[in-house]
Design a protein around this ligand. Structure first.
Ligand SMILES: Nc1ncnc2c1ncn2[C@@H]1O[C@H](COP(=O)(O)OP(=O)(O)O)[C@@H](O)[C@H]1O
Ligand SMILES: [Mg+2]
Length: 297
């Protein structure tokens, strides 16, 4: 297990949270949580419902303020008062609801709140041509193939919508991209689409914080993994320190598997799902066995 501070090598660190705590009334939502994010890496924050994942990212993205601890962005201690503050520091957050308008076109949504205008007030109008051109080239740079940028976002799949939200944040210059459960409402195939764009964002040098409760989604893309349990960190591990079965074993209870089964059933049909779940169950059992053999591992 590597303490989060060990990842801090000089001023390359984009985001450094140190012993952050947050309380809601009597509920301690987070206690002494430390996290570093470097350029070009994916840090996964894993934990069950109520673990404190959303509270953590809301602090990082300026929705809440921490009660205790230090929050340092590119070497300077900060205290954000709004998501706008965080955005101005290059920290962009994609929430599950995505802040997209289904009836508007892909390119309209791509520029939502930052429209390229032509002419001067009061004759300003949305520059459709420019918007289409930029949207198309930005999406292509991320490997996203949308046939028609004039098509309403509501006609796209959930995975495509998430991918556009990621491309949009990257286009707007995000240094840190925070994704709160971007794959949890998606089937296996669509989740795969989103995971691919997480990797693309990372390859462009963005530091990605990927929140999920699904170790099957986290493991393939994550460079480091922080496990949260009831507001406390169970440790931060590099991929080298943790293999897939160990991660699954740390995360998986019966709930996780039944949820996975449900997800797989809706996506690929019952037979394949049953096989996958059997495999996951086997992996979990194996990991449990391995841990039992080496209790101090
Ligand atoms: N605004 C709030 N007011 C009171 N309690 C909250 C609030 N937000 C979160 N909590 C509590 O903090 C804990 C962590 O919640 P949350 O960060 O949403 O977890 P997760 O995203 O991992 O499911 C939970 O016990 C939750 O009930
Ligand atoms: Mg949450």
């Amino acid at each position: 297990m590597s303490e989060s501070t060990s990842a801090t090598n000089g001023n390359a660190t984009l985001l450094h949270a140190e012993r952050i705590s947050k309380q809601f009334g009597n509920v301690i939502a987070l206690q002494d949580i430390s996290l570093d994010v470097l350029p070009g890496e994916v840090v996964c924050v894993l934990g069950d419902n109520g673990a404190g994942k959303s509270t953590l990212i809301k602090i990082l993205s300026g929705v809440f303020q921490h009660d205790k601890g230090r929050y340092v962005v590119e070497g300077k201690e900060v205290r954000f008062h709004s998501p706008r503050d965080a955005l101005d520091h290059g920290i962009a957050t994609v929430y599950q609801d995505l802040a997209m308008i289904p009836l508007l076109s892909v390119s309209r949504n791509f520029f939502l709140g930052a429209e390229p205008n032509k002419g001067f007030w009061p004759l300003k109008f949305f520059d459709v041509k420019t918007a289409d051109r930029v949207t198309r080239s930005e999406l292509r740079a991320m490997g996203i193939d949308i046939r028609d940028t004039a098509q309403p976002v509501g006609t796209l799949s959930g995975g495509e919508r998430q991918s556009i939200a990621i491309a949009r944040a990257v286009h707007r210059g995000a240094k840190v991209l925070i994704l709160d459960e971007p794959t949890s409402a998606l089937g296996v195939k669509q989740a795969g689409v989103v995971l691919r764009y997480i990797v693309k964002a990372r390859d462009r040098g963005v530091g990605v914080v990927f929140i999920t409760h699904n170790p099957h989604h986290a493991y393939p893309v994550g460079d480091r993994f922080m496990l949260l349990n009831r507001g406390q960190s169970m440790g931060t591990f590099t991929k080298a320190e943790l293999d897939r079965t160990q991660l699954i074993q740390m995360m998986a209870g019966g709930e996780e598997l039944s949820e996975l089964q449900h997800e797989l059933t809706s996506a690929v049909g019952a037979e394949a799902a049953a096989a996958e779940v059997a495999e996951a169950a086997e992996a979990t059992a194996e990991a449990a066995e391995a841990t039992a053999e080496t209790p101090e591992a």
